[in-house]
Design a protein around this ligand. Structure first.
Ligand code: ADP
Ligand code: MG
Length: 387
């Protein structure tokens, strides 16, 4: 067990800047998730921590000890690779036992080996496969054996590179729960890399969101979900992703959706004339009953363009004026295409970002956003037909 610190880590491949000035401060026993799209630099970060590649600048410390110049073998980290390899002629048991027989973790007695292997295979749901050969396993089972080879060996830090990516959705969800349990049990400092926001939200003690080699935000799952620092982070979490609308600042009010939404500015916007507002589809409520706007709830009306039932929930595309608003409704009410619908959202679910001319550009959160101070009464005016 150990803390893990990364300071000023930068890495280029030729002219390509893969990582720029990454800082990480990961606590002893913490389960830290790194979330980012393909090419963001996740694997490069893990390899740099493991010492598996040269870095251009930066320091890696494990348990407070500078490991930057230390050989991978002596860093006492265990890394699971995205593309994994198993010994094809060895059984699952032997594949899992080999990390316990070699290397700096020393040798384990036969009984201790069996115990560790049993714990890991039970957690990973492959206990019954111990005597099989890799070729007798499915892809998902093989990936779990590869992950087991890392987890079976005690290490100061586990580095896991998208370890569930080859599994189907259902298995991934159940493995997520098991991994969380294993993480709590082993209490080993872990950096877990994924491009799946649900995995990051459910597994991470904290999450670091990486974009194009830069760490955009680090925080608890609640921080990242409730207070995304920019529209990139806002959109990286949530499916369907957060609605973003251009809005104007007029007479101390934020006005969006052709005037269908209007609420008073309570934050210093620094004189900005335009902003963007964000609303998560699941934070919006849709129903046939008209909702009265209030100091704490925004409402407007629209027409259902598309309704798609996804299990218990219904995903809606609602036209408000000429804007499409995506809503995930709880499904308790029949909501049919073509019908009129009333939308509402608590003001606390409205995110405020800097404005832009180019919707493909990410902009920063305006601090404070719409969260209003208790007792600070506000009036919200709703107009259905425009300003
Ligand atoms: P991720 O794991 O988040 O998908 P990577 O760390 O693999 O991202 O890659 C980050 C960036 O560095 C990408 O643009 C990728 O193309 C580039 N890159 C990674 N490895 C190499 C390499 N060996 N040679 C050249 N470019 C690389
Ligand atoms: Mg990768």
């Amino acid at each position: 067990m150990a803390t893990l610190t990364v300071q000023g880590l930068s890495k280029t491949y030729g002219k390509k800047m893969a990582l720029r000035d990454i800082d990480l401060d990961i606590g002893d026993g913490e389960f830290f998730c790194m979330l980012g799209p393909s090419g963001a630099g996740k694997t490069t970060t893990l390899k740099s921590i493991a010492g598996l590649q040269e870095i251009d600048a930066g320091v890696v410390k494990i348990a407070g000890v500078d490991m930057t110049g230390v050989e991978p073998y002596h860093r006492n980290v265990a890394m699971a690779f995205e593309s994994y390899a198993l010994y094809p002629q060895k059984t699952v048991f032997e594949n899992l036992a080999s990390p316990l027989r070699s290397g700096r973790s020393g040798s384990f007695s036969a009984a201790a080996q069996q115990e560790r292997i049993d714990t890991v295979t039970t957690t990973l749901g492959i206990n019954h496969l111990q005597q099989r050969l890799p070729r007798e396993l499915s892809n998902g089972q093989r990936q779990r054996v590869a992950l087991g080879r890392v987890l079976v060996r005690p290490a100061d830090v586990y580095l896991l590179d998208e370890p569930l990516s080859h599994l189907d959705a259902k298995l991934r969800a159940s493995m997520r729960a098991e991994l969380k349990r294993l993480g709590q049990m082993s209490n080993t400092t872990t950096v877990y890399v994924t491009h799946d926001y649900q995995e990051a939200l459910s597994l991470g003690d904290r999450i670091g969101v990486l974009r194009a080699g830069e760490m955009v935000q680090v925080g608890t799952p609640a921080d990242i979900w409730l207070r995304p620092l920019d529209t990139f982070v806002a959109r990286a979490l949530g499916q369907p992703e957060m609605n973003l609308f251009d809005a104007e600042v007029i007479d101390g009010h934020v006005v969006a959706l052709q005037g269908a939404i209007r609420f008073p500015v309570t934050t210093d916007l620094g004189g900005a004339r335009r902003v963007r507002i964000g609303m998560r589809p699941g934070d919006l409520h849709a129903g046939h009953q008209a909702v009265e706007g209030s100091a704490s709830v925004l409402s407007c009306s629209g027409t259902i363009d598309l309704a798609e039932r996804l299990g218990r929930q219904i995903e809606l595309s609602v036209k408000v004026g000429d804007t499409d608003v995506i809503v995930v409704a709880d499904g308790s009410e029949a909501l049919e295409e073509g019908s009129a619908v009333s939308l509402s959202i608590p003001l606390t679910g409205v995110h405020l970002f800097e404005g832009t001319d180019d919707p493909s550009v990410d902009t920063r959160r305006i601090s404070g956003a719409v969260h209003h101070a208790p007792g600070n009464r506000q009036t919200v005016t709703i107009s259905k037909s425009g300003v």
